[in-house]
Design a protein around this ligand. Structure first.
Ligand SMILES: CC(=O)N[C@H]1[C@@H](OP(=O)(O)OP(=O)(O)OC[C@H]2O[C@@H](n3ccc(=O)[nH]c3=O)[C@H](O)[C@@H]2O)O[C@H](CO)[C@@H](O)[C@@H]1O[C@H](C)C(=O)N[C@@H](C)C(=O)N[C@H](CCC(=O)O)C(=O)O
Length: 492
């Protein structure tokens, strides 16, 4: 609980106070539905909805102050009027929740692919090192072993900083978080005292939100500019960068802090060589920052070697020994919805993966090619109300790297699923593909078609347990759908 005046004392923004009062603030939120007595309600202008329209509801539910971009003449509440609510909110939330990240080891991971897997690999490493962990990302927020639901990969600041405070109270030493380009653009993570910032890679994604690849890159670079903003002599800061990515140099130059690189050649500080892939394991030799060590992991694919390199470099710079890191890399069973094998009693394989960008789909299919001896089936769709330019590219990758493409719905949202599939078809050269709009039927169809030694990839939704059609969210789980159908067929 803090008086409003105390919260505003250090605010480094120009602001205007309307209806001057100094109430005690108990919590902050951007959602009127979550307002309780004593709330500061921050009015966020969305694309379709404007939070300012919910100020009355917030007042009725007990809000005592508003953070606004324009004056609400009808409201009797004290209003802090600023130019950009989102940017100011991260500072206010930081102050409200007592700068919770200043004493935790904060690791921020950005890039198009690999963020989720790296947070889970790091969690396994730090747990093996007997440290208290927390994790923020696409699948969930975790404090220790407790899970909390999450609306966004990187939540809005009031929820985020409140959660950091809960982590601090739970004595968390290490927090690994995915940092999305949207969050960096909107200023959701400003004020977080990151100790290590990791850059994985940059390929086409979110070009509905960012006007260009340059804009997308510049958003991600902000994480590295932010690194070390708060001087801390006890805890040196590091940027951990995938040197093999075409954009690596930009990120190296974006930071003023020491850089550690990783990759697949000795030009990097930490590197992997002699990679051997199979359907059940990945082996590679780690060198550079450590004495040569051979790793055998259940995380499949070359892209997972990169993820393990990122996690290893980060853990080494966090003071974990290579013995502990090796034990963690070798014990991690896998990450939900990331190259996850559906347990089958069949002679063909079914794999569920979150790949929803052209590059990640290519990586996953190339990995399957290294061990598949039969045909490869790819069940794939694209999200509605999102980047349309990647639709033909996704279909093209599927056609190029698999034998049979089955086009289906992802989360069509408010778009017509047939229109999305038509956009995807523009990327196909041959007419040898299947269209099945109903995702469940598409998965069943792939299973019906598969024969011994074939591999089915169900791409795009990974860990998600829902499908968004229109404005409704329905329960849907690729893994469960495939698993149930396989069981049924075995029983028939
Ligand atoms: C779908 C989408 O892009 N939505 C964005 C849009 O929201 P919108 O127009 O739908 O409006 P809204 O956010 O629902 O509502 C505006 C405000 O009114 C409030 N409200 C709304 C209803 C109500 O009854 N009461 C109320 O107070 C909401 O809590 C919110 O504060 O405008 C908002 C302001 O700019 C964005 O924050 C919001 O991003 C949402 C949170 C979102 O889901 N964005 C996605 C694209 C995102 O950020 N994704 C990234 C990347 C994921 C990845 O890497 O793949 C992420 O970090 O998750």
């Amino acid at each position: 609980m803090k008086e409003l005046q105390t919260l505003l004392e250090r605010l480094p923004f120009v602001y205007q106070i309307i209806n001057e009062q100094n109430p005690v603030i108990t919590h902050m939120t951007t959602d009127s539905r979550e307002v309780k007595a004593g709330a500061l309600f921050a009015c966020i202008k969305g694309y379709t909805v404007d939070g300012h329209d919910f100020a009355q509801q917030a007042y009725d539910q007990g809000a005592v102050a508003l953070l606004v971009e324009h004056e609400l003449t009808d409201s009797p509440l004290v209003q802090i009027k600023v130019k950009d609510v989102f940017r100011v909110l991260s500072f206010l939330a930081n102050e409200m929740y007592d700068y919770p990240t200043n004493e935790m080891h904060m690791i921020g991971i950005t890039g198009t692919n690999g963020k989720t897997s790296i947070t889970y690999i790091l969690e396994e490493i730090f747990k093996k090192n007997k440290q208290q962990t927390a994790l923020v990302g696409t699948i969930q927020m975790k404090i220790g072993d407790k899970s909390f639901p999450i609306k966004n990969t990187t939540p809005e600041p009031s929820y985020l900083f409140n959660s950091f405070q809960a982590m601090k109270q739970a004595n968390v030493d290490h927090c690994m978080m995915e940092v999305s380009s949207h969050a960096l653009e909107e200023g959701r993570v400003r004020g977080i005292d990151f100790d290590i910032a990791v850059f994985t890679n940059l390929t086409q994604d979110h070009l509905d939100y960012h006007p260009s690849m340059m804009d997308y890159r510049l958003a991600k670079e902000r994480l590295f500019q932010q690194l070390g903003n708060r001087y801390d002599p006890v805890r040196p800061k590091y940027a951990v960068i995938n040197a093999d990515d075409a954009y690596a140099e930009h990120f190296i130059h974006a930071t003023s802090q020491p850089v550690v690189t990783y990759g697949l050649t000795p030009a990097s500080d930490l590197y992997a060589t002699d990679i051997q892939l199979s359907a059940t394991q990945t082996q590679f030799t780690l060198s550079g920052m450590v004495d040569e060590v051979r790793i055998t992991s259940k995380l499949i694919g070359k892209f997972n070697v990169y993820n393990m390199l990122a996690a290893t470099a980060t853990a080494l710079k966090s003071g974990v020994s290579m013995n502990v890191i090796k034990a963690a890399l070798e014990s991690l069973p896998g990450v939900k919805g990331r190259f996850q094998s559906v347990q089958t009693n069949t002679h063909y394989s079914v794999i569920v993966d979150y790949a929803h960008t052209p590059d990640s789909l290519k990586n996953v299919l190339e990995t399957i090619q290294t061990f598949a001896t039969g045909k490869i089936y790819c069940v794939v769709g694209c999200g509605g109300d999102r980047d349309k330019t990647k639709r033909p590219l996704m279909a093209h990758v599927s056609e190029t790297y698999s034998d049979v493409t089955i086009l289906t719905s992802d989360n069509p949202r408010t778009e017509d699923p047939e229109t999305i599939i038509k956009d995807m078809e523009k990327g196909l050269e041959s007419s040898n593909y299947v269209v099945e709009i109903d995702r469940k039927q598409a998965i069943h169809r792939a299973i019906d078609l598969a024969r011994e030694s074939d591999v089915i990839l169900i791409a795009g939704k990974g860990h998600e347990t829902y499908q968004i059609i229109g404005r409704e969210t329905y329960p849907f789980d690729d893994y469960q759908v495939a698993h149930d159908y396989l069981e049924k067929r075995l029983g028939d």
